[in-house]
Design a protein around this ligand. Structure first.
Ligand SMILES: Cc1ncc(COP(=O)(O)O)c(C=O)c1O
Length: 458
């Protein structure tokens, strides 16, 4: 199994051929099958003697891969799609082949160094201080949870023991992603929701109203305010300056969830909308969403990484050597210490490699291109008598109605578009109404793609 022999060579060629072909082609949309269908089509794959690599690859190629929707298809506009660059995809293969343990500096220093360069690019875009730093985690959910754990640690630490057993609470904008509530449940902390304005945005006025209305005992339990720079459903950015002012005044940790929208910091046309982000205590951005990295890749940044390190470092006899300042390999940056994890893949490397290959200007141009298509889509919707724009897109999310349709009609249309392999656009809800939503992150998505979809709604 571990020998590199002639059969490995044959398999290498087959796998590389598959990977290169998948990158080269216009990906089909494909779509899900039932468990029973897959069982019948895939047959038995796990056997005492193995079915062989070529046969396993065939099952993947013919059965399994076509049963997954291609998120990088240019008309996959649901949820948050992905559009990894060729350089990033290729380097993901290299990361897999390199067996790097990227949790500690001792074992993975070279990889962590490069990951930190990529983190620095994001920290600079956000205007965070030179001392800011962090780690790549699996996704926004993990990033939000890890940031909030660090926030609670600081609150308890600062209270000098007074809050060691107090149930904490966080203030959260109504447009926040579901992962914030999920993290709060995992941490067993309360969530104080701040009503959003008509666009789903947190404003200073509503935040101050909620804070001022809280009884003193509850106010004392608050340790963080969470805002969103690019809500998932509507793509709007909270009033980050107002949040920073309130956080400073109340002594709260300011966490900015830019899992989706943080990428647009690279785009000068919308950068002013992020004013205030430079004051965040922590910030996340998922390069696997809008910065063209393969899954799974979330950048988690802290203003004061030593707080996060104190909150997250795992201690054990067998790990102590990793933290010993007196060994020959000083622990420059143990990446595991900055989030709720230990073993980690060097998942920031494909992003780093692509950034290094293409340069940051190419990233700016690619994000701007998607923003332009989103704005053009809004104009095309304005011009179509059967459609109505819900709001002007702030980033790359476009919400709109098909006038006269009920929820089942939206769903039937969506199912039909996937069945015909034309597009993958699922309905969402806006203020209780079923509407359609485009999330445009793929620089290959064109206005022709948008026109094709809008015409099908006539
Ligand atoms: C704003 C926001 N935060 C967090 C998440 C969760 O990220 P992940 O799916 O990578 O865990 C998402 C996902 O879409 C998001 O849009």
């Amino acid at each position: 199994m571990h020998l590199h022999d002639t059969s490995t060579e044959v398999l290498t060629q087959a796998i590389l051929r598959y990977a290169v072909e998948r990158m080269r082609m216009d990906p089909p949309l494909d779509g899900p099958r039932t468990m029973a269908e897959l069982r019948a089509m895939a047959g038995r794959t796990i056997t005492p003697t193995g079915i062989g690599g070529l046969e396993a690859l065939r099952v993947f190629t013919d059965v399994l891969a076509p049963s997954c929707i291609s998120v990088d298809h240019q008309r996959f506009l649901s949820f948050v799609p992905a559009a990894p660059t060729e350089a990033a995809i290729l380097f993901d293969l290299v990361v897999g082949a390199s067996s790097i343990y990227a949790g500690s500096w001792l074992e993975g220093g070279g990889a962590v160094f490069a990951e930190n360069e990529a983190l620095r690019y994001l920290a600079d875009l956000a205007g965070m201080p030179p001392t800011a730093g962090g780690v790549f985690v699996s996704g926004g959910t993990a990033g939000n949870l890890s940031a909030l754990i660090a926030a609670r640690y600081r609150w308890r630490h600062r209270s000098g023991g007074r809050h060691d057993r107090t149930r904490g609470a966080i203030v959260v904008s109504a447009g926040a992603h579901s992962s914030i509530a999920s993290g709060a449940r995992a941490m067993d902390v309360d969530v104080v929701a701040v009503p959003a304005d008509g666009h789903g945005r947190l404003t200073g006025e509503s935040l101050d109203g909620v804070l001022n209305g809280l009884p003193a005992a509850d106010r004392d339990r608050l340790f963080a305010v969470v805002c969103t720079s690019g809500t998932t459903n509507a793509g709007v950015i909270d009033d980050l300056t107002a949040v920073a002012d309130a956080a400073e005044r109340e002594g709260l940790w300011m966490h900015v969830d830019g899992a989706y929208g943080g990428a647009a910091l690279a785009a000068p046309s919308v950068r002013p909308k992020f004013a205030g982000i430079e004051r965040a205590d922590s910030f996340i951005c998922d390069p696997h969403k809008w910065l063209f990295a393969p899954f799974d890749c979330c950048a988690l940044l802290y203003r004061q990484p030593d707080v996060a390190r104190a909150a997250h470092t795992q201690h054990a006899e067998y790990l102590d050597v990793l933290h010993d300042e007196h060994t020959a390999t000083a622990p420059e940056w143990n990446a595991s210490d900055y989030a709720h994890h230990l073993t980690r893949r060097a998942r920031g490397l494909p992003f780093w490699f692509s950034l290094a290959t293409h340069g940051t200007a190419a990233y700016t141009a690619a994000v701007e291109r998607t923003l332009t298509v989103a704005r053009q889509a809004a104009r095309m919707i304005d011009d179509a008598p059967h459609l109505e724009l819900v709001m002007e897109p702030e980033l790359g999310v476009v919400l709109f109605r098909r006038l006269g349709w009920n929820p089942p009609e939206y769903q039937q249309w969506s199912d039909d578009m996937l069945r015909r392999q034309l597009a993958f656009v699922v309905p969402t809800k806006w203020r209780g109404d079923t509407v359609l939503r485009f999330c445009i992150v793929n620089p290959l998505t064109t206005t022709d793609d948008i026109a094709l979809i809008l015409e099908s709604l006539a």
